[in-house]
Design a protein around this ligand. Structure first.
Ligand SMILES: CC(C)(COP(=O)(O)OP(=O)(O)OC[C@H]1O[C@@H](n2cnc3c(N)ncnc32)[C@H](O)[C@@H]1OP(=O)(O)O)[C@@H](O)C(=O)NCCC(=O)NCCS
Length: 143
């Protein structure tokens, strides 16, 4: 939750509450990956520098959220988490992974570099804190 709270600007209303995270992980389809500052699996959650939250839906896995602490960005932790996400999804039997993000998120560069391709757009799907509508863009990648 410390990474969650530092990684997401409240303006975009993307961060999840502890309750939302717990609910998603209480389902058998939900899973989380953590990385420490070296990209390794941390021995304690308090050492996490980044996380991925995901859920399996039939033969696809949806990346729900990815976040890296602002002071740890640009060191490859996000990319390592995505690679581990692809691996975990393959092991779970998925043929494809997908995600949805707000249209103007810088994370798009990270997703494209990791092989995701845009496949759809939902107009005015999100609202910022001041009510500004923003499109959602869906990305997918075959494994
Ligand atoms: C998106 C995010 C997880 C990336 O984490 P990161 O650890 O900084 O990413 P990496 O260091 O592994 O970078 C991966 C690639 O993306 C590029 N990149 C990373 N952040 C970028 C940014 N803000 N703008 C442009 N390019 C970026 C890197 O240069 C790198 O490219 P390369 O492999 O060609 O060198 C991180 O910026 C973040 O937590 N953002 C806020 C939360 C968010 O918006 N999450 C996504 C929506 S759920």
């Amino acid at each position: 939750m410390a990474v969650m709270e530092s990684a997401f600007d409240p303006y975009w209303r993307e961060a999840w509450t502890r309750r939302q995270v717990e609910d998603s992980l209480s389902l058998s389809s939900g899973f989380m990956l953590l990385a420490d500052q070296n990209g390794e699996v941390p021995s304690e959650a308090a050492d996490a520098a980044g996380f991925v939250l995901a859920r399996k839906v039939l033969d696809e896995v949806e990346l729900l959220l990815i976040g890296v602490s602002p002071d740890m960005r640009g060191r490859g932790i996000g990319r390592l988490l995505l690679d581990r996400f692809f691996e975990a999804s393959r092991e779970a039997g998925a043929a494809r992974v997908f995600l949805e993000m707000r249209a103007n998120n810088d994370a798009e560069r990270v997703y494209l570099a990791a092989g995701f391709e845009p496949i759809g757009r939902r107009r005015d799907y999100y609202r910022t804190l001041d009510g500004t509508p923003i499109d959602a863009v869906t990305f997918a990648k075959s494994l």
